[in-house]
Design a protein around this ligand. Structure first.
Ligand code: ATP
Length: 233
């Protein structure tokens, strides 16, 4: 479960998040939507512990993120909108590096690298340089890096941008799978249609405020369902 209470974040002269509150269930996919400048990236960065809110609270798996950032960090994976990869490193080296930066090592990390690469469908690319991968494969590698430490929460900032339809379909299938394994995802986009088919809820931001929070009533086999309104702020 992820909760935020009365979250406020300010850049100099600009309030980017204004009293943002929500509660998201575990093993869910929440679409974070809103126009340019709505505050989506700022919200994800605050949850990831990269930006410190001016006031308010964030809780993940019972941990107060702002009071115990290091402990909370272990539960969070984050994919920024413009992620970078070490182009000269192999996929395996990238994943080993990501794992070590999260305190993993030894044979357990070697095994985890193969496991996560298999999960993300890039196990046949382990010895290829990251720079030689396609856009969709790079995206998968970046997500693999973000989940190598088995976080319970995954934050994805506009992961579908720049992907062709096939890669987008692969991404949505991947998100469904991660959710079915118990992960809680928040995925930002400008375009709701991109996320509608697989999200279980939707959080709409406008000018730093939550203007709508909806939950999908029931996911059907196709991943679509009827939207019900939970709260209109
Ligand atoms: P987009 O969809 O364009 O990525 P967003 O919803 O992710 O937008 P944010 O990037 O979180 O929005 O920006 C929220 C507000 O904060 C915007 O008005 C933006 O101009 C402002 N902002 C973002 N970064 C900074 C910064 N470093 N300094 C000052 N203002 C900023």
């Amino acid at each position: 479960m992820i909760g935020a209470g009365e979250l406020v974040y300010e850049y100099p002269g600009k309030r980017a998040l204004d009293s943002v509150s929500f509660l998201l269930p575990a093993a869910s996919i929440t679409a974070l939507v809103g126009p340019n400048g709505a505050g989506k990236t700022t919200l994800l960065r605050c949850i990831a512990g990269l930006d410190e809110p001016y006031s308010g609270s964030i809780e993940i798996a019972g941990i107060d993120v702002l009071r115990h950032p290091r402990e909370a960090h272990r539960h969070i994976g984050y994919l920024p909108d413009h992620f970078g990869l070490y182009a000269e490193l192999s996929t395996r080296q990238c994943l080993l590096h990501a794992g070590r930066s999260r305190g993993l090592g030894g044979e357990a990390l070697d095994a985890r690298v193969v496991e996560v690469a298999t999960q993300l469908g890039i196990v046949d690319k382990l010895d290829d340089k990251a720079g030689s991968l396609s856009r969709g494969q790079r995206q998968r590698l970046a997500i693999a890096q973000a989940i190598v430490h088995r976080p319970s929460v995954l934050l994805l900032d506009e992961p579908a941008s720049g992907l062709d339809p096939e890669s987008r379909a692969g991404l949505s299938e991947l998100m469904r799978r991660l959710r079915s394994e118990g992960m809680t995802l928040i995925v930002s986009s400008h375009i709701l249609a991109e996320l509608e088919e697989y999200c279980t809820g939707m959080l709409v931001l406008q000018q730093g405020r939550v203007v709508e929070h909806r939950l999908l009533e029931q996911q059907t086999a196709q991943g679509t369902g009827r939207m019900i309104r939970l709260r209109l702020a």
